[in-house]
Structure formats: structure tokens, C-alpha cells
Design a protein around this ligand. Sequence first.
Ligand code: CDP
Length: 689
Amino acid sequence: SSFPSPLPAGGESGLSENAMWLLDQRYFARRYDSVSGTIRKEASFGEFARRVARIVASAETAYLGGSASDLEWLRRLENSIYDDITNRRFLFNSPCLFGAGAGMTVDPGLSGRIYCPPEEMTFEDYDLLRRSRTRSQQLFACFVIDVPDSIDGIFDGVKDAAVISKYGGGVGGNFGHLRERGSAINGGIGGQASGPVSFMETWNTMGAVVVQGGRRRAALMGMLFDDHPDIFDFIDAKVEEGKLPYFNISVCVSDKLMKEAEGGGDFSLVSRSDGKTVRRVKAADLWNKLCESAWKRGDPGIFFIDRANDDNLLKLGETWKIESTNPCGEQPLPNYTSCNLGSVNVEAFVTTSPDGRKSFDFSAFVDQVFRSMYYLDLVIDACSYPLERIEERTKKIRPVGLGIMGLADAAILLGMRYGSPRFSEFCKCLGDSMGSAALCAAAGIVSDMGKDPFPEAGLIEDLFSEFAREQGEELFPESWYGRLDREGFRSLLEKMRSSATIPYTLSNALEGFFTAQGLGNEGARLELAGNVLLAFTKGKIRNSRRLSVAPTGSISMLIDTSAGIEPNFAWSWTRRIARADGEGQETREFCHKLLSPGQVDELHEKGKPSDPVFVTAYDIPPDEHVEVTGIFARVVDSGISKTVNLPSGATVDEVKQIYRRCYAMGAKGITIYRDGSRSFQPIETAKKP
Ligand code: CDP
């Protein structure tokens, strides 16, 4: 039996056997086939891509009227998403790939509409798909909820986390509002509180029984403020083998702790029940303990919470304050909001000239960033949210998280060693182009595509009014930005940068217009920058968050590229897969796709290829890992998933220095992992299987 669709079969997709295995195991949807009357599973990369592209595109019908040109636009949009996926240029986060069209199985007509050739689609078909979405069409990877200090609140929170997990989302929360262990309940007559760490167990137990969307294990993030009296217990929360296995944990490190730890000052741990200082500790002792723990075991992680709030476009709205990230840390979010991610595969933009020279196609990359931002914005409308409150709040701020993957493989193709000065230069260019293009998209979806700014965008306008006031102006006149020349723009950026009001990644990304490649000549780029800036001052912006570099643990494997901005981890790996003759399974070795047959031989003989561009995470000095993180942190307004790998002989002092440098470079967090220390990442990130 087959779908009524002449789409390319899997083999034509150019995906490796490894990737096809993953698609087949986890991503192919099963649904009722109206032709054969049986349940059938998708069988090709093409079918899979068609479903995802069509469902996301159908969200656009809410903005269209149904004219012939509207239908034309929908088909173009669908084909554009389809081409971007099948050409390995872009992929949505896993929940979107799992969830698009999920549950649309009962109406036999729908099944056909998901897979028929695009030229057969009518406007009504698209509109029907939009209206037929089921509750299972949950498309987001990242959620954050709050954990209030009451039994009701705590258990409502567990329930919400369970619902989010059930629908495939990763969920984080800050447990730091809970009163400390041993403090009084009910003014003393109710006994003693058991503290945040023990309540994290309730989430963990939930994680153990709920399998996300039936496909992957639950992923939880637990955070605690650094001045919580239970902070030392929290740091050790996972010391015991097997404790809190569904959690990543991170300490919210404040600017104050960073300052006092350096200056040798004291640090107050403050009671959550009465706001009084319960204990004063040496800031350096707390900092030490934290760094030592990360050195020893790789957890807890560190979240520079003040950085995240400084860089929050919504910081003037109390309800949009940030207290936690999602489980892998790339997405700081206000409580009860969510974000969908997508990643551009930079490797796909390396081109080869007729004489065999490789170069990077910046203008195609910039176009891809622009398009991808538009796709992710549509996902906000296409998604069925697990909770009404989250839907309402997410739609008020419309955050998206576009990132990149395939960076390490792009470097190999371009003949650069990951971590080398040339590579850093390349990363800087990529960051500038990505940062500028994302700004253009967030403004352009409003100005050029005519969609509304996100409902809370007035908060950005307020930010700029405040900035103007700081500069001694009532408000900058509209014409002012438009006539900025090079020097005028430079001096304005200087002012923005030295003001604490303007988010730093916004200033940095605006500065990126000076050098960004792929956006035309300098005159054109300055004009774009002026328009973007003007749009920001007027709050004419579509999304409150733009960029986020995810681990891409699964989706990078799905399109055979290196994960996120991480280096490669290995050149070969083994996996048990079904035998070609269908008789059980066999263990097979897979080698990195960029190795030539000669290099594969070399790998088998010497353990690694001799070409110096083939470096793994441990061949790269920690400083270079930090450098790459810092370069992207300049423009990535959400977060970056990146591990700094250390040799087993590294010291705690080195860990401290790494944290300091990341902090100074504007990173909102970082993971360190010392070779041989206990790896206790509950969520597989950026590691080849
Ligand atoms: O590659 P994929 O889209 O599957 O995910 P990722 O980039 O490795 O992880 C992105 C986010 O998905 C994480 O930060 C989590 O919020 C979420 N996630 C999850 O909920 N469950 C997992 N088992 C893995 C990731």
C-alpha cells in the first residue's frame, strides 16, 4: 500500500543508512491510509518532509484570504520548506517533526491531503489542515514553568510538567522560591519544610513514568538561585549515583556572586520564608564549591541569570522576568512560556567552484536565516499548546529560537581546523550574518509581510524611550535613524552599548551590519540597519526572541551533520541495526561521511586520520572551545548549548577561568566536561551514538 503521492523514495534523499535508520525508528509517522484502509508508516525522507512542510505552511492560511495568489504563496511556501529539509539546509526541532499532523488519522480525507502532490492542493485543503490539528500537534521543544512556595503550587507545577512532557516538550523550572529545608510551615505549627531538592524528586518521579510523546525520555531542568539557603545541598543534589536522572541542574549565578567571589567578599543566603539572611558565607567558598563540583562531575551547570535578564527585550515587564532555561540551557524563558527551535545546517552552504575550490555562500545562508525565521514564526501558530496559560503567554511574546548545526563539518569542508584563528574568523562572519539577518526577519515580517508585532512589543518601544531619556532626549525623532551615516551609526552604537538599557546582543547584532556578508554593499547594509533600528524603536517587531543554538542531538544525526556548534566527537561509531535480509540485527560500524576511503584505512590503522582538519572535541584546547562560544554569544540573544572539554589533568582553577571568560564574553551559560569525570548528562547532547 502506498500514499497517493509520487514523492522521492528514501534512497534518493542522499541520507546515510545511519540517518535513515533514525528516521525510520523515531520520525516516520504512522497513520490511517485512506486508499488501502490500513495503518501505514511513512517510508521515505520525502514523505516525512512533505508532511512537516505542509502542516507548517498551512498555518499561513489564517493570514490569507483565499485568492489565487494566496494559494500560489502557500504552495511556494510549502515547497520552500520541503526543499530546505530535503536538501539538508534546515530542520525544525524534533517535537515539530514528530508532531506535525499528529493524530489526523480518523478522517480518511485528511490523510490524502497531507501527502498529495502540492499542485493538487487547494486553498481549502490547506485551511482544512490548519483547522484539523489535534491536541497532539505539539511542536515546541522548550518550556519553563514556575514552582511556587505552596503544596498546591508545587503539585500543580508537577502536573503541568507532566502534561508538557507527555506532549514531547522539555521543561525547566526554578525551585528557588521554595522555602529552605527545615524552615517553618504554617508559622511553626505545621512542622518543617523539606526544601527544594526534595521537591525536585516529585518532578523526577514524573519524568520516570512519562515518556515524551511516546518517543523520548523526559528532559527536565532544575535551577536554584545562588543565594538560596539550600544552595550547597542543591550543588550536591546529583552526587549520589543515579539521583535525579531526568534532571539537568544549574545554579543561577548572579553578577553579585561573580563580583564578591573575585573581590573576596561575603555573600548572604536569604530565607525564602521571611527574606532574612540566614547565613553569610564567603562568596569565594560558594564559588569554589560550584567550580569543584563541575570539575568533578560536570554538574551543576551555570546559568548567568543577570546576563539573561540584561539581554531580555521584555525586561521592563515584570511578568517577563527570566528565572530558568529549558533542559539543555539554550533557551532562557519567562515562566509559563515556551519556544520552538530550528537549525540551519551551515555545512550545506559550502560550495565548490569548477576548479574545486570550496567557499561559503553567505548570501544563500542569509536568505536561509531569513526564511527559517519566517517558518519558526508560523510554528507558533501551527502548534497545539499543552496548556492554555502557556499558549496565551507564548503568543503574547512570540519567541523563536533559530540556531545552526554542521559547523564542525563545514570547517572540515573548508579546510579549516576547528578552533584555529581562521576558523574563529569564519565564525565571527557567520555570527554577524546570522545576527543581522535574524534582526531583518523579525522586523521584516512586520514591515514587509504586514503581520502584527508581537502583542507585548510596546515594551521594546519603552526600552528605547528610556534609552533616549538617558541620552537627554525626549525621544529620538523618527527621521534621525534614517539619516544615520557610518559615523553617526557608530556613535549611536557606542551609546547603546554603554547603556544598560539596550540588550547587548541587539547592539552587537546591529554592529554586525558593518561587516555582515551576504547582505549587499555597505550602503545597502547601513540602510537595512537603520530600518531595523527604527522598527525596534517603534516596537514593530514580530518576535521577542530570535536566536538560540540548540544541541541538535537528534536532528543533526537525522541529516548527517555535526551537532550544533560543537566539534566532532568521533570518526567512527557502532550501532546495532536491522540486517538487510530482515533476519534480526547486526552490529555495524559507521564512519564519518567526510572521510575518504584512504582516511578510513588510516583511521583503522592509527586510530585517527592524519589530516589536521580532522580534530575531535578533546584535540581542541579549552581556550578555543571558549573562544567559539564567546563569538556566538555576542549575537545569540537566547542561549548556546556548548561544552568545553578539558583533559583529565585540568585543575579547578582552569574551570574557574573558563567560567570567568565565558561570563566576560557575554555567554549566558556553559557546560564543562573533564575527560574521565563522571558524565551524568541525562539528556544526550551533541554526542554521536
Ligand atoms: O535535536 P533535537 O531537536 O531532537 O533536540 P536537541 O537540540 O538535542 O534539544 C533541544 C531541546 O529539546 C532540549 O533543550 C530540550 O528542551 C528538548 N529535549 C527534550 O525535551 N527531550 C529530550 N530527550 C531531548 C531534548
